[in-house]
Design a protein around this ligand. Structure first.
Ligand SMILES: [Zn+2]
Length: 119
């Protein structure tokens, strides 16, 4: 596991990239070195008690918006503090969206819904 960049939410953590399997599907997690995640049943990932930072980005966290994976490249750009633009799709509204992504301490990444980006 290589360090990608410093953790934006704690003093001495580094973000690491790991491939994992969730319900038989391969995805990635980008998590702080001060956070240790474990799984009891192979499905639910819990933060261990000795973790001091909970920051992580699940690679598949925008799956319901039609974006299968958040890539290593996108995470690198976000950690650098630069903008990442993603194309999303609402299955419900059958509508496309083009939005900025931002880092979120609680959710890893969040979509900036307030700002529209023109094509
Ligand atoms: Zn951290």
């Amino acid at each position: 596991m290589k360090n990608i960049d410093k953790c934006p939410f704690c003093n001495n953590g580094f973000i690491k990239h790991k491939k994992i399997n969730v319900r038989g599907k391969s995805t990635s997690v980008f998590s702080c070195s001060n956070a240790s995640w474990y799984s009891e049943d192979g499905e639910l990932f819990e933060l261990s008690k000795d973790s001091t930072c909970s920051f992580r980005i699940w690679g598949n966290s925008l799956q319901k918006w039609g974006k299968k994976q958040i890539t290593l490249k996108e995470v690198k750009v976000l950690l650098r503090g630069d903008d990442v633009i993603v194309n999303l799709w609402s299955f419900k509204a059958k509508k496309k969206y083009k939005k900025y992504l931002t880092l979120s301490k609680d959710y890893g990444v969040s979509v900036v819904w307030d700002i529209d980006i023109d094509d």
